[in-house]
Design a protein around this ligand. Structure first.
Ligand code: ASP
Length: 584
């Protein structure tokens, strides 16, 4: 038996018990006539004690030769400590060691296995198995486990069945590139790894599995923007015989359950916001509503003066920065530089100070009088002491820019408290989105999303205006879930694919299996998927998802620990009938 107890469980009440412990050497303190060792495992740290008088000499010698991270087993007696350590749960006791076995030696670790380590990101990723021994990573993985358990319990209790779907499939369009896998047995043919189990979960509905979920890996070959992973996990769900309302209620219930179970937070019924309103008020389809600073559109009150910049703009829009009148000229100039950075891309920023005495002082006083500026304050909701920041230009661009500024200012003002949770549904997304580069429309969610009833006729005349039965669940400025009511008849699916630019043959080749299934009694259905990594990070009060993933990839999509991806040898290539044609 390697251990009778773990390193986190012994207390004063265990005094005089003979115990066996196993674990890693966190550190050795050799005081000559007595030696202390901190023994660590997943559960905690227990102090081991050796003294000249009571411990056999050979054991003392063995203890003196232990290095950090050696794996050892000890037997000994639990004794109450003379000087107790109130900072750890086992701090009242220590184990007086009578036997010591080295189970395995360890090289000196390349960084310290401490909460605050001296190791940088790269080295910790290369030795991720050592990083996992550190509390912050270990705790994050345990936290993730708690969340997934709570999800499974909740959904199982609501009659959902967890069904696994295959990974070796064919393209499921979720808007990214596919990762592909060559098939040895089918020369020249490839599987695609699922960007999501979308088509399979719909087929499960046709199969009568009317409540499905799966905690599942999805694969998307995207240029890795900050904090994305090429493989990530979804809580994927689908239901039959439901309307949008049913789905929102069930998954609002799940989210509320998680907030309560995991964070001990009770939240009110989630507000619902139309996509158009989210864009108008926050410039963003995933608004952070933990704080106000809503947009005020100023076209009516700021155009038709003599200020050409505003007159020529599609949209003039501002926000009130609480207390912003206290910013110095220099600070405001810095803010202007900030919005002009290429990442934000504004051409400039106009501002108006709301003085305590009720007067205004703007950067465009030449064009606007006090009455005009009072209207700006009114529309943006600015009070005296605030600063109104105004951007102008192309509607979509300027909304995105002001949204970036709003988030940045809120961060600086400490309004984005990770302990406050403000979920909401954003509903009625457009069905299609115009790709500015190609001039083509593509599905905003995915091609299986149904248009709102009665709107399919608009597809020909005003494709951009058609709204979808699609919804996102947003938490603290992050999209944590999204889904839709699906098309469930072949004719509508065919119309949709035609509008997305698929010829009949292409539609049949790619999605024939789904459309065929729709001809065998497909029930009305819909669902959604949560991004588990992000959800866990937000519930855990963290910004990045990486610590909640045991073996994440870096920003170039590499696993630096196992060194993947890697070339394969000629024999394997030949077996797969593949030849390389490298660009570099
Ligand atoms: N498959 C969708 C996604 O990955 C979710 C859904 O529509 O259920 O975003």
């Amino acid at each position: 038996m390697y251990r009778s107890h773990n390193c986190g469980e012994l207390r004063a009440t265990d005094s005089n018990t003979e115990v066996t412990l196993s674990g890693w050497v966190q550190g050795v303190r050799d005081k000559g006539f007595m030696i202390y060792i901190d023994l660590r495992d997943r559960y905690g740290i227990t102090q081991l004690y050796f003294d000249e008088e009571r411990t056999p000499k050979d054991i003392i010698e063995k203890a003196q030769n232990l290095g950090r991270e050696f794996v050892i087993q000890v037997k000994g007696q639990v004794i109450e400590r003379a000087s107790k350590n109130p900072n750890i749960p086992t701090g009242d006791i220590e184990v007086l060691v009578s036997e010591l076995t080295v189970l395995n030696k360890a090289l000196v670790p390349p960084f310290t296995i401490e909460d605050k380590t001296d190791g940088g990101d790269d080295i910790r990723m290369k030795y991720r198995y050592l990083d996992i021994r550190r509390n912050p990573v270990k705790e994050s993985l345990i936290f993730r486990h708690k969340v997934t358990q709570a999800v499974r319990n909740y959904l199982s209790n609501q009659d959902f069945i967890e069904v696994e779907t295959p990974y070796l499939i064919k393209s499921t369009p979720e808007g990214a590139r596919d990762f592909v896998v060559p098939s040895r047995m089918n020369e020249g043919q490839f599987y695609a790894l699922p960007q999501s189990p979308q088509t399979f979960k719909q087929l499960l509905m046709v199969g009568g599995m009317d409540k499905y979920f799966q905690i599942v890996k999805c694969f998307r070959d995207e240029d890795l923007r900050a904090d994305r992973q090429p493989e990530f996990t979804q809580i994927d769900c689908e239901m039959a015989f439901v309307e949008q309302e049913d789905i929102l209620n069930i998954f609002e219930g799940l989210t509320r359950h998680l907030l309560k179970e995991i964070n001990g937070v009770e939240v009110e019924k989630f507000p619902r916001m139309l996509y158009d309103d989210a864009m108008r008020l926050y410039g963003n389809d995933k608004p952070d509503i933990r704080f106000g600073m809503e947009f005020g559109e100023l076209n009516e009150v700021a155009q038709h003066k003599d200020f050409g910049v505003f007159n020529n703009a599609e949209l003039v829009v501002g926000i009130a920065v609480p207390g912003g009148n206290s910013y110095t000229r220099k600070e405001i100039d810095k803010l202007i530089d900030w919005v002009k950075r290429p990442q934000v891309g504004a051409l400039g920023m106009v501002y108006s100070r709301c003085n305590e005495d009720g007067t205004f002082k703007s950067s465009v006083d030449k064009f606007y009088d006090q009455d005009d500026l009072a209207k700006w304050a009114e529309v943006t909701g600015a009070k005296s002491g605030d600063l109104v920041c105004v951007l102008s230009g192309d509607k979509n661009k300027v909304r995105a820019q002001l949204s970036a500024l709003r988030m940045e200012l809120a961060e600086r003002l400490g309004l984005r408290d990770p302990k406050v949770f403000a979920p909401l549904w954003v509903i009625d997304f457009p069905l299609l989105e115009l790709d500015e580069e190609t001039g083509h429309y593509h599905a905003m969610h995915h091609p299986f999303t149904s248009p709102k009833p009665g709107q399919i006729e608009l597809l020909d005349s005003k494709p951009g205006k058609v709204k979808a039965n699609a919804y996102d669940l947003v938490l603290n400025g992050n999209e944590i879930g999204g889904g839709s009511i699906r098309i469930h008849d072949k004719a509508t699916q065919a119309i949709m694919l035609k509008h997305l630019g698929f010829s009949d043959e292409e539609a049949k080749a790619q999605f024939g299996f789904l459309m065929d299934a729709f001809e065998y009694g497909a029930p009305p259905h819909g669902g959604l998927a949560f991004g588990l990594d992000r959800l866990v990070a937000i519930l855990g009060g963290q910004e990045t998802i990486r610590d909640f993933i045991a073996f994440p990839k870096n920003n170039s999509g590499r696993d630096v620990m196992i060194d993947a991806p890697a070339p394969i040898d000629d024999e394997q290539l030949a077996e797969l009938s593949l030849k390389l044609n490298l660009k570099s």
